[in-house]
Design a protein around this ligand. Structure first.
Ligand code: NAD
Ligand code: DAU
Length: 332
């Protein structure tokens, strides 16, 4: 199959492309705006594959989308502004990409009669104190990030209901693994621990996340693309839930550091306390998570240790200004 993968230069998108090139005969066209989070470095090991091609452009630009669609049979949309803290400071790009961008892609899919997969998040359901969300739980997002993701999901569903477009939605829990930009909890803490910088824990650090190894999410997306029922949403939750403090302590230990590096900082506004997804629907398609958190976090720390070429240009560039603005302190 020839796929248009939007946002394929980011963390999950590039892991998905790598998986498809390795495990299928797919031809992959990536369309990506190359924001701070989208990097050609993420293609380093498959850039020369004859089944891979790259278009630089935004999903909200109809001409850029049209130019990438030649021969395409399905669209997989990862493209989004993805960081909650940035959405609190500057929501405008989140609205543009999620609303206008998703709309432009849906129109393109409608014109050509293409299958359309929207990559979404557990955050659209909001926080849950006990139990787990199912696909029929109400959407109740808390941040500009999650609200714009929920809006995009609703627009996708409307195209299915109104125009009969062949759509599916995958809602993943917190991903981690190789190639994740170090603004997110796990890579940020790994790089700070390796460098001996302080580890900023929001509030009491007892918020709970449902950790999903990125290769497991990529496999679920591939499966839903192939076998998912038209018009349905599928939750994809990780096998382990744990508090942020548990995660950070494990990283300290894997990096050979002690708790003196912990720094309790002001909490995130509107911070969701706990996410938890029930994933029975995607399991019924044949998916299960292959990587438990203990193994996945060890592999992730090892990857960051061994791939300084990937993160050093980030950590020594504009990211330092972002970090100072976000945390009120400089990296060492
Ligand atoms: P990321 O920030 O690493 O990558 C996003 C990619 O989208 C980047 O390559 C960026 O350049 C591109 N992009 C952004 N705006 C664009 C636009 N207007 N046009 C074209 N490209 C654009 O994000 P990620 O963590 O890989 O997340 C990918 C998707 O998965 C997002 O839709 C996100 O909401 C969703 N998701 C993420 C997680 C997670 O834990 N990271 C979990 C569940 C769902
Ligand atoms: O749940 C899926 C979502 O997971 C995705 O949709 C988002 O794209 C992705 O960014 C992620 O959102 P979170 O807000 O859960 O992830 P983040 O890595 O930003 O934070 C994870 C937890 O760690 C959260 O409770 C906030 C906390 N945290 C985060 C950072 C960056 C800290 O305590 N300190 C930090 O410095």
């Amino acid at each position: 199959m020839r796929l248009l993968v939007c946002g394929g230069a980011g963390f999950i998108g590039s892991n998905f492309v790598r998986l498809r090139l390795r495990c299928s005969d797919d031809e992959i066209v990536v369309l990506d705006k190359l924001t701070y989070a989208g990097r050609r470095e993420n293609f380093h090991d498959f850039a020369s594959d004859a089944r891979f091609s790259f278009h630089h452009g935004a999903i909200e630009d109809p001409a850029a989308v049209e130019a990438a669609l030649d021969g395409v049979e399905a669209i997989v949309n990862f493209a989004a502004e993805s960081h909650v803290d940035r959405s609190i400071d500057e929501p405008d790009a989140f609205v543009r990409t999620a609303a206008q961008g998703t709309y432009v892609l849906l129109e393109a899919a409608r014109r050509r009669g293409l299958r359309y997969l929207q990559v979404s998040t557990d955050e659209v359901y909001g926080s849950i104190a006990e139990g787990s969300f199912t696909e029929s739980s109400p959407l109740d997002p808390s941040s500009p990030y999650s609200a714009t993701k929920a809006g995009a999901d609703l627009l996708v569903s409307s195209y299915q209901q109104t125009y009969g477009l062949d759509t599916v939605i995958c809602r993943g829990s917190n991903n981690y693994g190789a190639y994740q930009y170090p603004e997110k909890l796990i890579p940020l803490m790994v790089l700070n621990a390796l460098a001996g910088d302080r580890l900023p824990v929001y509030g009491d650090g007892l918020q709970v996340r449902n950790w999903l190894f990125v290769e497991d999410f990529a496999a679920a997306i591939a499966l839903v693309l192939e076998r998912g029922t038209r018009g349905e949403a599928y939750n994809v939750g990780g096998p382990d839930e744990c508090t942020n403090l548990t995660v950070v302590r494990r990283i300290l230990s894997l990096c050979g550091r002690d708790e003196s590096l912990l720094d309790y900082v002001t909490d995130r506004p509107g911070h969701d306390r706990r996410y938890s997804l029930g994933s029975e629907k995607v399991r019924a398609l044949g998916w299960s998570a292959q990587t438990r958190f203990e193994e996945g976090v060890e592999r992730t720390v090892a990857w960051y240790r061994e791939n300084a070429w990937w993160w050093e240009p980030i950590r020594s560039g504009a990211y330092r200004d972002y970090y100072r603005r976000q945390y009120g302190t400089a990296l060492g």
